[in-house]
Design a protein around this ligand. Structure first.
Ligand code: MLT
Length: 390
């Protein structure tokens, strides 16, 4: 029985997806896998039994990816599974920033005791009016699953859209409305956009990527939307730009002691992906990724190892080895296997920086000592023999 420990509430459809042979356990000790949403794992000690972590969501800044890789733990996320929900929130944010719906709602609440509130509203409404978003220019920084959906939705609402992504994937490029203009220089997006929305992962490299200099390059009166992570923006510089009016509005999904006190900011409590649909899709996708890794050794959508996918096991077993990315590792592993008299049917290997993963499908009986012999090779981190289900 494989044990899965949930560090947050995970949608039941997701834990159900694990199916027979899996048990949700309260204790992390002895767990084969963790399912997590936003719980911070940086200070968590992982048991030696832990093979994988499934993050039901896109951002993985709550997980120590390098330490996990060093300990032979594969971390998965669920790219795209909550993209539609985030896209819908970003569109709501664009509209909230253009017209003062929030102020208007508050006004009605404050005047709810007035029997003539309807008449008063007709007089008061002028102060909450604004502008259409149609015809305005939206700059989208990051054209992954969410950014591409936002760009397309904005196009269908009549906006001009500039997209910036130095790592644009072919899949994302194909999914983009043909009128989204791909811009290769971030400064050009900053200077030309009435609205800017950022959709990039929070990593040490992207920390503060919207700093004082970038803000200074933006158009006067720009609105900046942040539905990725607060660490991407120098929020002190943003607060000053809001104070002096250079930035008209900052709409952020990340409440913190700086953003919560900003003038002209609309601050949400991380609602972008908070829909039943997104939580279900993320949980199902995370469960499938974990199952595929545990049962077949396949790595798909990992954020700390490269993709290695041999499909379902068709021979007798697979040998799955996490190791350092050093010369002749495959030679060492295959010579143990040939010494044990097993036949290699198929294999894949992927290295990512200093680490690598090798997955070998074999026919023939494998003694448990084979795993011990492979584990004894220098720079091998973890070995599993995965037998085909009978
Ligand atoms: C994500 O990273 O997927 C979203 O911000 C929502 C979440 O943190 O779960």
């Amino acid at each position: 029985m494989h044990k899965v420990h949930c560090m947050n509430v995970i949608a039941k459809v997701g834990t159900d997806e694990l199916g027979d042979g899996y048990q949700i356990v309260d204790d992390i000790e002895g767990a084969d896998a963790i399912m997590v949403r936003s719980a911070k794992l940086h200070d968590t000690t992982f048991p030696a039994s832990l093979l994988a972590i499934g993050r039901a969501g896109a951002g993985v800044n709550n997980i120590p990816l390098d330490r996990c890789a060093d300990e032979g733990i594969v971390v998965f996320n669920t790219p795209g599974a909550n993209a539609n929900s985030v896209k819908e929130t970003v569109i709501a944010a664009l509209l909230m920033a253009s017209r003062d719906y929030v102020g208007g709602i508050e006004w009605v609440r404050e005047n709810s005791d007035d029997p003539e509130v309807g008449k008063a509203a007709e007089k008061a409404k002028k102060q909450f009016s604004g502008n259409e978003i149609a015809g305005k220019t939206l700059g989208v920084i990051g054209l992954g699953a969410i950014g591409a959906m936002v760009a397309n939705a904005a196009r269908s609402l009549g906006m001009k859209v500039l997209g910036y992504d130095p790592y644009l994937s072919i899949k994302a490029a194909w999914s983009l409305d043909r009128h989204v203009k791909h811009v290769t220089n971030l400064d050009d997006v900053l200077a030309a956009s009435d609205f800017i929305t950022i959709h990039v992962p929070a990593t040490p490299k992207t920390k503060g990527m919207i700093g004082r200099d970038e803000i200074a390059k933006m158009k006067d009166g720009v609105t900046f939307l942040n539905f990725s992570r607060d660490s991407l923006v120098d929020e002190q510089a943003m607060a000053e730009a809001l104070d002096d009016g250079h930035v008209a509005k900052y709409v952020t999904d990340f409440a913190n002691s700086v953003s919560a006190n900003m003038k002209n900011a609309i601050v949400l409590p991380h609602l972008g992906a908070s829909t039943d649909e997104a939580e279900d899709r993320c949980a199902i996708m995370a469960a499938r990724e974990l199952k595929d890794y545990i049962e077949n050794g396949n790595i798909v959508n990992s954020v700390n190892f490269g993709e290695c996918d041999l499909g379902p096991i068709t021979a007798d077993a697979r040998v799955a080895v996490i190791h350092k990315n050093v010369p002749n590792m495959i030679g060492h592993i295959t010579s143990v296997l040939s010494g044990a008299g097993v036949n290699i049917e198929n294999m894949t290997n992927k290295s990512t920086g200093e680490r690598a993963y090798t997955l070998i499908e074999i026919t023939g009986e494998v003694d448990p000592e084979v795993a011990d012999q492979i584990a004894a090779i220098d720079d091998v981190v973890r070995v599993r023999i995965i037998r085909a289900a009978k």
